[in-house]
Design a protein around this ligand. Structure first.
Ligand SMILES: Cc1cc2nc3c(=O)[nH]c(=O)nc-3n(C[C@H](O)[C@H](O)[C@H](O)COP(=O)(O)OP(=O)(O)OC[C@H]3O[C@@H](n4cnc5c(N)ncnc54)[C@H](O)[C@@H]3O)c2cc1C
Length: 374
């Protein structure tokens, strides 16, 4: 049996020489933005932290369009390490209507792999032990976590930061019930741009298409509600053809990706498993925006809050878990509730073989005043 110490910070793939049962204060499952932020904050506040991820490397493979809307208080140091270009505006196309430009829609295009790696490095610097190639296989009713290699971990707090299909969330019955499916390609960008382009169409139920510039390349993709997933490939190919014809992007496809985005709103982020407190953060807590699918900022913010709460729980603060739930609601509740209402109204237009009008689509998208109206 071995007890982790805060000084045993490593960023390691293997578990060679480790005992079969490991104890720690805070176990973080998932080392994406939420988990890395949680591990850093918990370790910085005195907890003995073990953080694990099934991936072999942080942020790899990338499953993201890599746009982070600008936010007050955003960590410029981390952004700086991963920043690839700035964004100043948004251009929205509703069906084939002319573009609607919206200035002052700032943000950053990042290298998501570098971003995730920088967050993990910060967690390690803070004293967290971060291990990769370590998939969680099961979590029992006492909160004991078993990895695929049969190693088991006992923790006082488990932070579930393991993404949209969270095994930690599943263990406590908090499942992201609504998901959008996505498909994305990276293509050469022939005309430099500092705008995010958004394509809305009745042909894309429960989602939209995007062209996000990243220097000489762009991420071109779309998301839909699952019943329409068969449309992903032909719709993306059609949009790619159109943008090639317009001379905006090249024909070559440099990379493919995709993945699930939770779009059903937040789940209750606090639970108990035996005597173990479970906190959910990021996508595992359903904190992506149900309309835009943006979740990076929310993952980093909620992860940091969860890490702080985890350290406080370990230190004996009995209110910390409830305070975490309250902080999550205060920070994300209103914007997620609005987006969820807009998304549901839009999905209702498809009932009985209907389809949304241009006015419906404008009301359902953040660049239009109608979205923000009461
Ligand atoms: C195609 C696509 C495009 C997107 N574009 C944007 C965008 O432009 N801007 C934006 O803000 N958001 C975007 N998002 C959403 C954004 O990527 C997520 O909101 C964000 O990654 C959430 O961070 P997270 O740390 O909560 O989860 P994740 O980044 O999903 O990290 C979860 C981690 O948990 C690990 N894990 C999962 N299961 C296990 C297990 N059993 N054992 C161990 N480890 C496990 C995974 O390997 C992963 O590293 C996009 C999503 C997709 C799919």
């Amino acid at each position: 049996m071995r007890t982790l110490t805060a000084g045993s910070a490593t960023r390691s793939a293997g578990w060679d020489g480790q005992p079969a049962l490991v104890h720690c204060d805070v176990l973080v499952v998932g080392l994406g933005p939420a988990g890395a932020a949680a591990a850093r904050m918990a370790a910085a506040n005195g907890a003995r932290v073990l953080a694990i991820d099934r991936k072999a490397e942080p942020g790899e493979p990338v499953q993201c369009a890599e746009f982070v809307p600008a936010m007050i208080g955003q960590d410029k140091v981390i952004m700086g390490r991963a920043l690839r270009q700035s964004i100043v505006s948004m251009t929205t196309f509703v069906e084939r209507e002319g573009p609607h430009h919206r200035d002052n829609f700032p943000g950053h295009m990042i290298d998501r792999r570098a971003f995730d790696a920088a967050l993990v490095e910060d967690a390690v610097q803070a004293g967290a032990e971060c291990r990769f190639s370590s998939p969680v296989r099961a979590i029992d009713e006492c909160g004991r976590v078993t990895l695929a290699d049969t190693k088991t971990i006992d923790a006082r707090v488990i932070i579930g930061a393991d993404g949209p299909r969270s095994v930690v969330g599943k263990a406590v019955g908090r499942i992201n019930a609504e998901i959008a499916e996505t498909r994305q390609i990276r293509v050469p960008l022939l005309q430099p741009s500092d705008a995010t382009d958004i394509f809305l169409s009745a042909e894309i139920p429960g989602g939209y298409a995007w062209l996000f510039p990243k220097g000489e390349h762009a991420n071109l993709g779309l998301g839909v509600a699952p019943p329409w997933r068969a449309r992903l490939k032909p719709l993306l190919a059609g949009l790619h053809d159109r943008l090639v014809d317009e001379g905006r992007v090249g024909r070559q496809v440099l990379a493919h990706t995709g993945g699930a985005i939770p779009v059903g709103g937040a789940v209750d982020p606090v639970a108990e498993l035996g005597g173990v407190t479970v906190l959910l953060a990021g996508d595992a807590a359903g904190l992506t925006n149900p309309v835009t699918g943006a979740g990076i900022n929310a993952a980093v913010q909620s992860g940091a809050l969860a890490g702080l709460a985890g350290a406080r729980i370990v230190a004996g603060d009995r209110q910390a878990a409830a305070a975490y739930a309250e902080d999550i609601d205060d920070t994300f509740g209103a914007s997620i509730a609005r987006a969820l209402a807009r998304r549901r109204a839009m999905m209702d237009t498809y009932a009985d073989a209907g389809r949304p009008s241009g006015a419906d689509m404008r009301r359902g998208w953040i660049a239009f005043a109608e979205y923000w109206a009461a």
